[in-house]
Write a protein of this length. Structure first.
Length: 583
């Protein structure tokens, strides 16, 4: 028998799509406050938000006569026609938040518009309006939510501990606070203020306030624009990485989102700069025309869909890669002396550095489309000065010697450099091999005495899988029978000893590999094998050092070896002076 559900049951079911735990309520209320034009928002929670959530803002408020309507399902001021869904520019738009919240909790709304002399107080429990009265209050809106899931006990038992729910709320509010650095946001847990942002548009200060000052030491500014697409924010230098993506935060058109595409863009930008299983810090704020974005694909709007994935992926990757070419991206050696004078001076130095590297632009990037004319609202606030795509020039390093026949020593006006000649050789060798593999014509040298290789049965039996790959690398190789191969030519840029060592390593890597048709698999094999063909610990004459650095400069990624180890490390003049207690 089919029947229509009663309203209170239907409301509870519908609420489950939007409200699954306290953090869902906090997110919806914060987004409403931001859409209302607030520049100051205070959030207070108790017991992880299970018993009490209060969000107060100084936004536009709700007119008394519209207060009850705001709690009706699908009631919204943010869209009015189906065509509006093609270019959504607000955080909320479905009109489900307040209706879903009041269906599973006890809600009190106090609100006042600028035009009204008095405010309105509304009390709603389980979708039922219990009170609608006039009250005195400041302009803006305060929503208090008590006893979440009081009428749905089955759902309440699936909530985690108070600490667990608090952590979710802190993480979410932190992300939103970063995305709206021109809004003052306070987060209070019980009677303890966890953080209060300044609301002055300084995203770097917000990062330091929320995530700690140590994180700010190794952040590099990202500032890149192509046509109507803009990306701003900060990423960590390759020397600063984490074991998870917990510090990768994305905001697209003012909306905090999760995005596999943006994660992939970051991974590609840091390719070969980090060890496997390590992830960079990234606070990225992307702005694109709203028409190119679909935010209506997830009940809680956590996920988005781009109109052109490859365009956005390439754009974000290029913006990050440019940030990683500056001198500051080279891993820095810092002294850890703990004297009070040293600590005080370090703090002063950081403040001085930040004050001299910043300029006024905004992190709150908005693109508006009006009658097919796209308008970019130029940011306001404070940012470090963008590097203006100022790549690090290896030629600026003056070579002053070598250390342990492994490290090349150099300096410029502000830094001392150690260059790992082994890692540098690996990088040069790796990129040359890939270039050779991709080239139509191979550059080879003929051997006076051919090389002979005896391989195991597995490699011999799968010759058709690998022999053309080896030839593409510049080796003239033929089957000589009895599991033996003969090589008459090798790549022109490798000496004979290195060429022989490399191909032996290649044969070892081929053992057990089932599929070499994927270029990525072959790249990894080359990456692991090239280490055996690289000189390490050898004494280099000055001409060889000059040649090495010239070849390294020509590399696509001169700052790390193929395995993610740095080719350069640096130590600032200030850090050296601090070690000798000169400052």
């Amino acid at each position: 028998m089919i029947k229509v559900l009663e309203k209170n049951i239907a409301d509870k079911i519908a609420a489950g799509e939007v409200i699954d735990r306290p953090v869902s309520i906090v997110k919806e209320l914060l987004e409403n406050s931001l859409d209302a034009g607030s520049d100051s928002i205070t959030l207070q929670i108790q017991n992880g938000g299970k018993s009490y959530i209060r969000v107060s803002d100084n936004g536009c408020g709700i007119a008394h006569e519209e207060a009850e309507t705001a709690f009706m399902r699908h009631a919204t001021s943010k869209i009015s026609a189906a065509k509006d869904l093609n270019a959504i520019e607000t955080l909320g738009f479905r009109g489900e938040a307040l209706a879903s919240i009041c269906a599973v909790s006890r809600v009190e709304l106090i609100t006042k518009t600028k035009e009204s002399k008095t405010g309105c107080k509304l009390v709603v429990e389980g979708s039922q309006v219990l009170e609608n009265t006039v009250t005195g209050c400041p302009e803006g809106t305060t929503v208090t939510v008590r006893d979440l899931f009081y009428n749905v006990p089955a759902r309440r038992k699936f909530l985690s501990t108070d600490n667990g729910e608090t952590r979710r709320i802190v993480d979410m509010v932190s992300r939103i606070a970063l995305s709206y650095s021109d809004v003052r946001i306070s987060l209070i847990n019980g009677n303890t203020t966890l953080f209060t942002t300044q609301g002055k548009g300084n995203i770097l200060n917000n990062i330091l306030t929320i995530y700690g000052k140590d994180l700010g030491d190794d952040l590099l500014p990202v500032d890149y624009r192509v046509n109507n697409c803009v990306i701003k924010g900060y990423v960590s230098s390759p020397g600063k990485s984490l074991a998870s993506r917990s510090r990768q935060i994305f905001c697209v058109n003012g909306r905090v989102v999760t995005s596999k595409l943006l994660e992939k863009s970051i991974d590609d930008a840091y390719k070969e700069k980090l060890f496997a299983g390590r992830f960079p810090v990234a606070f990225l704020f992307v702005a694109i025309p709203a028409i190119k974005l679909d935010v209506n694909i997830h009940p809680t709007k956590k996920e988005i869909r781009f109109d052109d994935n490859s365009e956005i992926e390439d754009f974000v990757k290029e913006g990050i890669k440019r940030a990683l070419t500056v001198k500051e991206s080279i891993p820095q050696i810092k002294n850890d002396l703990k004297g009070k004078k040293s600590q005080d001076r370090k703090q002063v130095d950081i403040n001085s550095l930040l004050s001299t590297l910043r300029e006024e632009i905004t992190d709150r990037v908005v693109l508006e489309v009006h009658e097919e004319k796209e308008v970019y609202n130029e940011p306001k606030g404070i940012y470090p000065k963008k590097p203006a795509y100022r790549p690090f020039d290896i030629d600026s390093v003056k070579i002053i010697g070598t250390l342990f026949n492994t490290y090349i020593l150099g300096n410029d006006d502000d830094n001392f450099y150690l260059i790992d000649q082994h890692a540098a050789h690996e990088r040069i060798f790796y990129e040359r091999l890939l270039s050779q593999y991709n080239a139509e014509e191979k550059t080879q040298q003929r051997l006076l005495v051919p090389l002979n290789f005896n391989v195991d049965a597995q490699v011999y039996a799968t010759e058709d899988m690998w022999i053309d790959k080896v030839r593409d690398l510049g080796y003239d190789i033929e089957n000589f029978g009895s599991k033996t191969y003969i090589v008459r030519e090798v790549p022109a840029f490798i000496d004979i000893i290195d060429a022989e060592a490399f191909i032996r390593e290649i044969f070892i890597e081929f053992e057990g590999k089932q599929n070499l048709s994927n270029k990525g698999v072959l790249e990894k094999i080359i990456m692991r094998s090239c280490k055996s063909a690289i000189k390490g610990g050898d004494h280099l004459e000055s001409e060889e050092i000059d040649g090495l650095l010239k070849d390294l400069k020509a590399c696509v990624n001169p700052f790390s070896c193929p395995h993610g180890r740095p080719t350069f490390v640096r130590m600032s003049k200030y850090e050296i002076e601090k070690m000798f207690k000169r400052v």
